[in-house]
Write a protein that binds this ligand. Sequence first.
Ligand SMILES: Cc1cc2nc3c(=O)[nH]c(=O)nc-3n(C[C@H](O)[C@H](O)[C@H](O)COP(=O)(O)O)c2cc1C
Length: 236
Amino acid sequence: MHGNKGMSQNLHHYRKSYQKGALRKQDAAADPFDQFTLWFDALKSLELDIEINAMHCTTLDAEGFPRTRVVLLKSFDRQGFQFFTNYSSQKGQDITRHPKVSLSFFWPDVERQVHIKGTAERLTKEESDAYFAVRPRGSQIGAHVSDQSRVIESREYLEQRLADIESLYENREIPRPDHWGGFRVIPEEYEFWQGRENRLHDRLRYIPVTSTETKTEIQAQNKKAHDSWIIERLAP
Ligand SMILES: Cc1cc2nc3c(=O)[nH]c(=O)nc-3n(C[C@H](O)[C@H](O)[C@H](O)COP(=O)(O)O)c2cc1C
């Protein structure tokens, strides 16, 4: 139906009451990495048919405009949160210029949102190689085919490139292209949001407490973990 063409759509009645959980300071893990793991594992155990590792990654372009897109979290540990992409893509270029990023997850099934503020760094070639090697062949080929974020003339252009790359590597192992690899986002702040009734949601923010000694080590890239974290409740 095209009857609504050009008319504004009023969505004022789109609202939902959140009542699936609560997040109290006394129940929150002392370390936000542990809290993230708790929430992630809880979601995993629901075995939902959704990509729970899909996250929004926001970067700033050369003019300072933010851009958000979805990427898949491929690994996380106390060092940081990893995703893989094309280093020449817009996000790749943005991060190279300005490594401060935001990651966020929205998990509607559990009425939770997590926000991570952090600094992105490239994984080592060896780390990227290791993940590239376990990707399905089709994805490995895709990394060669796609000049991610470039303007291309047509779908046919992509399909032709796919055919070319497939024949180039026929019966051969596919090497990781130099322009493809991972980033690790090292968190500097976390926020955990749990939807509650009457819009009085729970929001806990974790701020790192870092001794001068640790700060120096972090700057020297010898250490990435903070000493401890302060938990603050934010108004919803
Ligand atoms: C569910 C989902 C998962 C995605 N995962 C990735 C990913 O892991 N890496 C990636 O480069 N792009 C991924 N994309 C595509 C990105 O959202 C984006 O279109 C692409 O990376 C180009 O972004 P850019 O031009 O802003 O750099 C995914 C998209 C969706 C919807």
